[in-house]
Design a protein around this ligand. Structure first.
Ligand code: NAP
Ligand code: HSE
Length: 432
């Protein structure tokens, strides 16, 4: 069937990198399907780049410009797709587009997690739309599902593997013993990593995505700064090895929970029992595991990074805009409540701990005694001799984090304890 002779919709694309170039090629290659789905002929009119002298494949040369004015002042361009990343000048460009009533699509989680609230209000005021499906979990349509399909789900917790780069690194390290730096270099080569990969490995990229997911799920404004995060830079390969022995898998996890009228959102490396639904999510795949009063549990998983995969989410936002030209509830601000933040120290968690200790009588007893004094109960212990030192690996029963951290401070100061102990949270343990 021939595509409908619908309205002609022209797009201004900002950025022609890993994702931008694939958006161009998807819009070209899938033009027929997009016309059928949206009832319009959608095409890219201009593309903003920094340097016009760099040779580029795909779009015709005269499509490129290095002047934002060529896009913003063009009244034929009704949708601006921002794929340059970073907060500046992306914020100014998006603001100006919304001010002029143009619709906006972005994959920029850093910007949405910091300035989203302002931008949503602006788009509502200007009676236009800003969509950001690709900002979380690449190709997985998690934002649309949370906002539309789960509107009555009463979400209580979200567990997310939301960074493809770190999931790829951890998977490669544990499956094939690849070194951290080599795995990171591969993730960069595949186009998974951010322009500055510290955003990925420090947990900041995942924190931005969890802030967005939590804002949508709990209808309360969670900004990047509200999300405490730890990354994988300090992960010792020994921990991945011991985890395997204990039947656990190491992941960089985002956790967002609702506690009555407060919320807690964090990102940290965590151990998951191997039968946890998230444990088998490997490589650059992402997954979001949702729990809600009326849905029990739902998991969405799929490619979380990569040019073409992310471009598919960007194109789906373009189609949604084109096929819904009038603003509705989806264009209203995502956060209309003001929930408090639940203190980290009151969260009940299960921990794994690897201690380097002197291999002599009384050391294990002294450690167990300190934990006992703080009512921290040990579930499993492995001890291995390594010359004059021994490695003591422990998994604990669920306990309030403040009790565990207080006990750990005392244990770290014991005479027989050598290197600084690094606890890792175990998710899916008996705290639930
Ligand atoms: P990228 O490969 O680094 O591409 C960015 C593009 O934007 C480059 O063409 C760059 O030009 C251009 N650019 C940067 N600053 C500019 C400026 N001030 N003016 C004009 N052009 C500018 O980045 P990407 O991987 O495509 O990521 C784009 C966005 O998608 C980011 O927000 C990222 O977080 C998000 N995202 C990426 C993925 C992924 O897997 N890659 C997945 C989900 C979301 P130069 O080439 O001249 O530097
Ligand atoms: N750098 C990001 C990741 C891209 O590795 O998940 C997807 O947002």
């Amino acid at each position: 069937m021939a595509p409908p002779e619908g309205e002609k919709i022209q797009i201004g694309l900002l950025g022609y990198g890993t994702v931008g170039s694939q958006v161009y090629s998807l819009l070209e290659g899938q033009a027929r399907e997009i016309a059928q789905a949206s009832g319009a002929r959608v095409s890219i009119k201009r593309i903003l780049v920094r340097d016009l002298d760099v040779p580029r494949e795909g779009a015709p040369e005269d499509t490129f410009t290095d002047d934002f004015k060529d896009i913003i002042e063009d009244d034929d361009i009704s949708i601006v797709v921002e794929l340059i990343g970073g907060t500046e000048p992306a914020f100014d460009y998006i603001t100006e587009a919304l001010e002029r009533g143009k619709a906006v699509v972005t994959a920029n989680k850093q910007l949405i997690s910091q300035q989203g609230f302002y931008l949503f209000q602006l788009s509502q005021e200007k009676k236009t739309q800003i969509r950001f499906e690709a900002s979380v979990a690449g190709a997985i349509p998690v934002i649309k599902v949370l906002r539309e399909s789960m509107v009555a789900a009463e979400i209580t917790s979200i567990y997310g593997i939301v960074n493809g780069t770190t999931n790829y690194i951890l998977t490669e390290m544990s499956r094939t013993g690849t070194k951290y730096d080599d795995a990171l270099a591969c993730a960069q080569e595949w186009g998974y990593a951010e322009a500055d990969p510290t955003e990925d490995v420090s947990g900041k990229d995942a924190a931005a995505k969890m802030a967005i997911l939590a804002s949508i799920a709990f209808h309360s404004n969670v900004r990047l700064d509200d999300v405490d995060c730890a990354g994988i830079e300090d992960i010792n390969p020994l921990d991945a090895e011991y985890a395997g022995e204990l039947g656990l898998t190491l992941k960089l996890l985002g956790v967002a929970k609702l506690y009555d009228d407060s919320i807690n959102v964090r990102v940290y490396p965590a151990l998951l029992s191997q039968d946890h639904p998230l444990a088998s999510v490997g490589g650059a795949y992402n997954a979001v595991f949702l729990q809600g009063r009326s849905i029990d549990e739902i998991m969405l998983s799929g490619p979380g990074a990569g040019g073409m995969e992310t471009a598919s989410a960007v194109v789906s936002d373009i189609v949604s805009i084109v096929s819904r030209r009038t603003p509705g509830f989806l264009e209203y601000p995502i956060a209309y409540k003001e929930l408090d933040f639940f203190p980290d120290e009151n969260v009940v968690s299960t921990f794994y701990l690897r201690l380097e200790v002197e291999d002599k009588p009384g050391v294990l007893a002294a450690i167990a005694n300190e934990f006992g004094k703080h009512e921290v109960s040990i579930e499993q212990v492995i001890q291995k001799g390594r010359g004059v030192h021994a490695e003591l690996v422990m998994v604990f029963h669920a306990v309030a984090e403040k009790s565990f951290m207080a006990a750990l401070e005392k244990v770290s100061a014991l005479e027989g304890v050598k290197a600084e102990p690094r606890p890792i949270r175990v998710e899916g343990g008996d705290e639930q």
